[in-house]
Design a protein around this ligand. Structure first.
Ligand SMILES: Nc1ncnc2c1ncn2[C@@H]1O[C@H](COP(=O)(O)OP(=O)(O)O)[C@@H](O)[C@H]1O
Ligand SMILES: [Mg+2]
Length: 267
């Protein structure tokens, strides 16, 4: 691989309990190349979101990242950032899109003002410049810029999710972390959004860490996939190899539970 954009090394995260600690992520290591889409798959509770939050530096107690863990983004250890560096890091370097991101829009602010907030805070943009950028970004996600003066409730769930993605992209992040970004949406809207993200990725060159429980979507969308089981990354490989020639028994089981993939419906 060329120099990775993201390099996760020996990441170990415990949830600290009153009686005993729970190891949610156990010595996980993987790299994501510039422009690559890396997927994390595995059953609910295996530690995917815990990893996503740690990479975005959004983890909170009782989550504790153990010594020896490293999360290098463009060579810099994300775990060493002080509060000031962290403020700049969020959004500008890494943007995170959650399942419920569409509900993170402020209901009493017009879309235009939500873009302006982010662009002023992180890039010091004037209102006029921010409006230009908002126009450009809304077009990228197929929303008419005429609607920037509308409020969130005037849009459908899929549109709101696309608006959040547009706000994330407005700062040109190097890495976009997507944790079940389309799970709350219907299948057609899901695919439209992922296609759009893929086009944007080709245009801007950011990398994506993609988490979904939908293996069909994962195989279609990712370049490489890591399979997690109870906090451990048990296998990682090119998406096609993970699907066609799985090495780990658990990976085989995971595919077997998705007959539509093997039936050739999705691939
Ligand atoms: N705040 C928390 N306190 C204690 N345990 C937690 C907390 N958040 C998650 N966990 C546990 O950590 C494990 C991994 O959770 P998570 O990363 O959310 O899994 P996934 O995203 O793969 O479904 C689960 O067993 C979950 O119960
Ligand atoms: Mg999760």
């Amino acid at each position: 691989m060329t120099q990775p954009l993201l390099s996760v090394k020996n990441l170990t995260i415990d949830y600290i309990g009153e009686e005993k600690d729970f190891r949610a992520v156990d010595n996980v290591s993987f790299d994501v190349a510039p422009g690559e889409v890396f997927g994390l798959a595995g059953e609910s509770g295996c530690g995917k979101s815990t990893i996503a939050f740690a990479i975005s530096r959004l983890h909170k107690p009782p989550a504790l990242i153990r010594k020896g863990s490293q999360i290098l983004l463009a060579g810099r250890d994300v775990l060493d950032l002080d509060p000031k560096a962290l403020a700049a890091f969020r959004w500008r370097e890494v943007a995170m899109v959650f399942q419920s991101a569409m509900n993170s829009l402020n209901p009493v602010l017009r879309i235009e003002d939500q873009f302006y907030d982010v662009l002023r805070t992180h890039k010091g943009m004037t209102k006029a410049h921010a409006r230009e950028r908002t126009t450009e970004m809304l077009r990228l996600v197929d929303i008419s810029p005429d609607r920037m003066r509308n409020y969130p409730h005037q849009f459908s769930g899929g549109m709101r999710q696309r608006i959040v993605i547009a706000i994330c992209m407005a700062l040109d992040p190097k890495l976009v972390v997507m944790d079940e970004p389309t799970t709350a949406l219907d299948v057609v809207v899901q695919r439209e959004i992922l296609q759009r993200i893929n086009e944007l990725r080709k245009q801007f060159g950011f990398s994506v860490l993609f988490i979904t429980h939908d293996l069909g979507l994962m195989v279609q969308f990712c370049d490489r996939i890591g399979i997690m089981l109870a906090g451990k990354l048990v296998e990682q490989n090119d998406a096609e190899a993970i699907y066609k020639t799985p090495q780990h028994e658990y990976t085989r089981k995971l595919w077997a539970s998705f007959p539509s993939l093997h039936g050739g419906v999705l691939l």
